[in-house]
Design a protein around this ligand. Sequence first.
Ligand code: KIV
Ligand code: ZN
Length: 532
Amino acid sequence: MRQIRIFDTTLRDGEQAAGGSLTLPEKMELGRQLQRLGVDIIEAGFPATSPGDFRAVEMMSRELRECQIAALSGFKEDQIETTYRALQDAVAPRLHIVISTSDNHLQNQLHMSRQQVIEIARDATAFCKRFLSDVEFSAMDATRSDPDFLCEVFSAAVASGATVINVPDTLGYHQPPQFADLVRYVMEHVPGVENVAVSVHCHNDLGMATALSLAAVNEGAEQIECTINGVGERAGNASLEEIVMALRTRQDYYQATTNINTEQIWRASRMVSQYMGFVVQPNKAIVGANAFAHSSGLHQDGMLKERTTYEIMTPESIGRNDSRLVLGKTSGRHAVRSRLEELGFELDNDDFALVFAAFKELADKKKDVSDGDLEAIVSQHMVRTPEMYQLVRVQVVTGNDSVPTATVQLRTEDEVLEDAAIGDGPVDAVVRAISRITGVEARLTEYTLQAITPGVEAQGEVTLRIASEGHTFIGRGTSTDIVVASAAAYLNAVNKVLARHEVEHNGTVDALGLHNQMNVEVGPPAEQPVAV
Ligand code: KIV
Ligand code: ZN
C-alpha cells in the first residue's frame, strides 16, 4: 500500500477565498483540529504578506508538534528570510516557494524571460536550503506551461535541493487524463525526480479538482494539496474529504492510504464552515447535509434491509453521528467533560467552567444536547473576538399586523445600555437597536440561518456578513431563538468592527488576532443590503 501525504492548505489557499478570512484564534482552533484530523502538513499562511499571517505561522509552529508546518513564500530573499523566521520553531518546518512558469504569466505578470525563471528557481531554492532542509518548489500555472520548460524549471529546483516539486493546476484548467499525462511527463523528464516527492495542487474551476488529484495519485504523486470543504480561491481547491474518502473507499483501486483519522472530518468541516461563514451545499460529497440522506422509498427499503445496498461508506466513518444524543439537563460536570474529551476538546478548568455554564443554560431550554450543540458552544466560547459589548437581553414584538419593534440591552465593562428601534422585520429592528447603542454603522450584506440539529427544539445558527468602512466582517451566533441568534451574530460582527478600530488606533494587531479582518476583498462586493 502506498502512503499518500495530505498537505492541507485551508489556512493559506483556503483563506484566500473571497470573504473567508479568519481571526487568529479561529486559525489556531482550526490548526488544532487539522492536527487531530491527522494531516501530514499544515500550510499555515503566507508570512511575508501580512503581520497576521506571520503570527499565525509562528504560533502554529510553536504549538502544533504532531505534524509538519509549511508556509508559502515568494522567491525574493527578504520574503524567504521572513518566512523562515515565522517557521523556525516548528518540529519539521517546510519552506514553500513559488514562481509562475506559463508564458502567459511570464509575459503579462512577471515580465521575465524563461531563462530568468530557471535562474530564479535555482537560486531561490538554494537560498531556502541555507535555512531549512525541507523545501517545496511550486510552478504556478504549471498546466498552462510548456511541459519541457516546466521540466527544466523543476530540474533547476531539484538540482538546488528541493525536496518536493509541486504541479499546480492553478486555474482549474486541465482535464483528468491530460493532468495524468503531465504528471507522468514530469516524473519521466526531471533528472533526480526519484529522490524527491511529486505533489499536486488542483483548483476546482471546472469541477475537476478531486478527479485531477486522484489521477495524479495513479501516476505516482505522493502528496496532495487540498482544503477542508474545498474552500479556496474562486471555485476553491481540491477538497480534502473527497480525496481522503475516495482513497479509503476505493483502496482496492488506488492501493494507497493516508494518515487521516476520517472520524474527525465532519467536525473539521463544521468548523471551517462556521468560522469562514460559508454554508456547505446540501448535496456536497461527504460533508453536505444530504450526503447520507436516503429519501426515495426504494432506497429506504434497501437501507432497512441491508445498508450496503445504497451506502458505499457510513456517516460514522467521517464522525457524523446525528442520532447520538447523550446529554441533558441532569448531566453533570463529569459527563459533559468526558463527552467533550471524546469529541477531542481538551479544555482547562476556566474554559470548561464557561462551557459548562453555557451547556446548563442550553439544557434548560432543550431536552437533549447533541454533539453538534456542544461543538457550537465550544466554538462560541473558545474563539471569541475580544468583546466591547455583550448581549444581555433582546425582546421583540412582531406579527402580521404590528410594526416589528426590538428592545436590546448590551453590557460594556462599565455600564448596561438599552435602546429600542423599529424595522422592516424583527431582525432588522434588532440590528437597528444595536446600531443605535454601539454607534456602528454597517450594512448587512449576507444572512444565513441553519438548524444545528434536526427537530423542533434545534438551535438556530446564524452566520452573517456586514460591510463597514470598506471591509467585510463575519458574525456568528447560536441560540434556540433565531432572533436572539441573529442579535448575537450581528453583535459579534460589530465587536470585530470595533476591535479593528482599536487595532488601528493602538496598533495591537496581534494581541487581538484580528489582522485578517482587515483584508479587503477583491471581486464583486455584495452591494445589496439584505432585508430580514
Ligand atoms: O494555485 C496555485 O498555483 C498555488 C501555488 C502557490 C501552489 O496556490
Ligand atoms: Zn492554489
